[in-house]
Structures are given as structure tokens and as C-alpha cells.
Design a protein around this ligand. Structure first.
Ligand code: ATP
Ligand code: MG
Length: 394
């Protein structure tokens, strides 16, 4: 039996005139996500994207799992393609295709959608006929129109007739690439991968920036970040990661700045360096995993001092979230277990015993200027390491 994947467009349905271009991006993202699982034709009509296998070796189950992580889709299902667009073919296909599911439940109902108005039967008639046929084939079943265990969907569309059961929830959001580009400051922690995922969900294409301070931070710590980004890229698509050599800058902070300002000055330098990398990569914003009040460097005053270091728009999608809410998302996107691997981040190198929770911007800036970081910033920017991250690499 021929099977296809049907994906229902999400918010892009609301985009009016831009809808076509949104749909084109979505189709491209779906094609990219299922790459390597076989050859397909991907088309769209009536707010639905059709993924049709074009070769015998397609792994439709794997393609389906990957499509579940594509933003811009509200719901998706695998569906049987009826051999002909006739009621006889519908009656022959449904009980066979859904046999396992129908055997496993007690109640069902049929729902028919008929967007092809040429089809000789109207929706209620389709439901009645197929309902009767299913009751005949599975005598243990009862029809329950209010609260059925299983809904059998019949879709009579321009291209053909399709049968499927309850669709699954899609990833939601809007297609990656329709919302511009931004740079995620990624550490090995729990928060920044979640922040990356959340902004990708709003259509942002990502570039990643990671600050490493060898030998204080190890190669394993950097590999952990790559692993995290690979997991994020299953949702966001491929990206480029820039690793910034941060050791000399951190050593200078330690030697030439007041201890209670170490962290805040480090955060400001991260923003300044990231802004430059972001500009060079056509990014319109920075993204961080900061959450208000989570640590000393994330009080309202500290965030103000950090924010002052850049003119670029900064997205902080976790700002109002509790740690547990962030952890819940990290489980969902499968980054949690990697995030808690115990490799040190540069943020934990030289942490002051008593960081300023209410830093005064004027003094922070003065301390930073007195130390003078410009040369080291230029040096760090000239020595970036570039790593390509691809969703299908892990
Ligand atoms: P995370 O769990 O994302 O590490 P956190 O709660 O540990 O966040 P901080 O360590 O203060 O908080 O970092 C705040 C944010 O700064 C991070 O979410 C991330 O966006 C950025 N950041 C921290 N360390 C690095 C790093 N080594 N490279 C790039 N960005 C970083
Ligand atoms: Mg951290």
C-alpha cells in the first residue's frame, strides 16, 4: 500500500500575501530534514504539505520522526493513498491500512473532508458508508461520535483520496529562515541550548558563538558544545559555530580588574566580541540563555551593564522562566543529559567570591577601560575557529 506524509501548515496560514514564500521555505526545510531517508516529492496545496516517496527504499518512519521537529507544522500524519479516488477504493483501503489500530480500540468514528467537490458522495455519506464497512469488518467496535478512541479520517483532495488516523502534534512555530538570522551565545550549560531552540522556533536561523579558555577549559568542554548544537540543529537546521579563544582576555580581567567585577566585565566582552562576529555573519540580533535573577550576573542591574556593551538587539527568551521550566524544555529537545556532563565553562574560571549583584555601570566601564582590552579583542577575532554543525551528523 502506498503511504505518504501529510503535514499541516501552522501559523504561516496567517501570513496573507507572504504565504507563498513562507510555504516555500517550509518545503525546503522539510526536504532538508528528511535528506538521507530516501527520495521524495514535496508539494503543497490547501495548507497541507505532501511528502510522497519516489523510490522503494524510503524510510518513511525516520522521515516522519524528523519532520516532527520542523518548525511551521502544527500537525502531521502518515496516510494511505487510495489506489483510485473512488468510494470503493476508500472502502477497500481504510480497514486494511488501519487494521492494527482498529483492533486495539473499542470505539471509533469516521471524519471525512472533501475538498474535491467533484467527488460524487458528500462528507456525511462517506462517513456513513465507511463507518458501516468498518463495523462489518470489526464487529467488536462501536461508533462513538463524541469521544471515540480512534478517528478514521478520509480526505478527498484534488490529488487523491487519503486515509489516516489521529494526527500527531507538529513542532509548531514558524519556518526557520523566515525570521532573519541571529547569533546564539552558547555555553555547555542547560540554558543556552534551550534559548537557541526557542528562537529557531520563531523562524530565526542561527549562527553559534562559543567562548573557550584553554587550558582552563578542556577540549571535551568544546566537544560537548558541538554535541549540544547538533541536537539543537535537528530543529534549527545546520549552522556555523565560531569558537573564540578567550584565555588571554580572561587572564587580563583577572590581573587588571577588581575581583567583584570579573564576571560582569567578562560578560560585556562576550557581548562586544559577539556583536562583531554577528555583524560579519549578517545576524541582526544576539541570543543568550539569561534568566532574570538566576545568578549574580543575571540581576536586573547586572543585565543592564551587560546589555550596555552592545548596540545590537539582544533576545533573552528565557528571561521570565523558572529553572524547572527551562529544564523541562531541555528534556524535550534532548539536550539535558549532555548539558549536565561535568565539563567546566569559561564562566566558571576565575569566578569571584563576592560578585557585584548591583554593579554601577559607570564604575564597570571605567574598570574595563582602564584595563584596556581592545588589542586582545582584535587578536581573538583574528583567531576564530570555525566548525560546521549539521543536523544529520550525530
Ligand atoms: P547556560 O546554562 O546557558 O550556561 P547559565 O545559567 O550558566 O547559562 P551564565 O553562565 O551566566 O548562565 O551564562 C549566561 C549566558 O551567557 C548563557 O546562557 C550563554 O548565552 C552565555 N554564555 C555563557 N558562557 C558562555 C560561553 N562559554 N560561550 C558563549 N556564551 C556563553
Ligand atoms: Mg553557564
Amino acid at each position: 500500500m502506498k503511504e505518504i506524509i501529510l503535514l499541516k501548515d501552522g501559523e504561516i496560514v496567517l501570513k496573507g500575501l507572504n504565504r507563498r514564500s513562507f510555504e516555500d521555505v517550509l518545503k525546503k526545510n522539510i526536504k532538508f530534514a528528511i535528506k538521507g531517508t530516501g527520495r521524495y516529492e514535496v508539494t503543497s496545496a490547501q495548507s497541507t504539505i505532501y511528502v510522497r516517496p519516489m523510490s522503494g527504499d524510503c524510510d518513511l518512519d525516520e522521515a516522519f520522526e524528523r519532520a516532527k521537529r520542523v518548525f511551521g507544522v502544527v500537525a502531521l500524519c502518515k496516510a494511505a493513498v487510495c489506489e483510485e479516488k473512488t468510494m470503493d477504493s476508500v472502502l477497500a483501503t481504510a480497514p486494511v491500512y488501519l487494521e492494527k489500530q482498529l483492533k486495539a480500540v473499542k470505539t471509533f468514528k469516521v471524519e471525512a473532508k472533501r475538498s474535491d467537490k467533484q467527488f460524487p458522495l458528500k462528507s456525511p455519506e462517506i462517513c456513513r458508508e465507511l463507518g458501516g464497512k468498518i463495523l462489518e469488518a470489526f464487529p467488536h467496535l462501536k461508533v462513538d461520535v463524541r469521544n471515540p478512541d480512534l478517528i478514521v479520517y478520509v480526505e478527498i483532495r484534488d490529488f487523491g483520496a487519503y486515509i489516516h488516523s489521529n494526527p500527531e502534534k507538529g513542532a509548531g512555530g514558524i519556518p526557520v529562515g523566515t525570521g532573519g538570522r541571529a547569533a546564539i551565545l552558547i555555553s555547555g550549560g542547560i540554558d543556552s541550548p534551550v534559548a537557541a531552540y526557542m528562537m529557531a522556533k520563531r523562524g530565526i536561523r542561527l549562527t553559534a558563538i562559543h567562548f573557550a579558555s584553554p587550558p582552563y577549559t578542556s577540549r571535551r568542554a568544546e566537544e560537548k558544545v558541538v554535541k549540544l548544537l547538533q541536537k539543537v540543529s535537528k530543529y534549527s537546521g545546520s549552522m556555523t559555530m565560531y569558537t573564540v579563544p578567550f584565555t588571554k582576555l580572561q587572564e587580563k580581567i583577572k590581573n587588571d580588574c577588581p575581583e567583584e567585577l570579573f564576571t560582569i566585565i567578562m560578560r560585556r566582552l562576550m557581548m562586544q566580541i559577539s556583536e562583531k562576529i554577528a555583524n560579519d555573519n549578517d545576524c541582526q540580533a544576539l541570543i543568550t540563555g539569561e534568566s532574570l535573577g538566576q545568578v549574580a550576573s543575571q540581576t536586573i542591574g547586572a543585565l543592564g551593564c551587560t546589555d550596555d556593551a552592545t548596540n545590537m538587539l539582544v533576545f533573552r527568551p528565557l528571561i521570565g522562566m523558572d529553572k524547572q521550566e527551562i529544564i523541562d524544555i531541555s528534556y524535550k529537545i534532548d539536550t539535558y543529559e549532555t548539558s549536565i556532563e561535568p565539563y567546566e565553562d569559561c564562566c566558571t574560571v576565575f569566578t569571584p567570591k563576592h560578585p557585584r549583584t548591583r554593579p554601577v555601570l559607570k564604575y564597570v566601564k571605567e574598570a574595563q577601560e582602564n584595563a584596556g582590552f581592545d588589542e586582545l579583542v582584535t587578536e581573538a577575532l583574528s583567531d576564530l575557529k570555525v566548525t560546521k554543525i549539521s543536523a544529520n551528523d550525530d
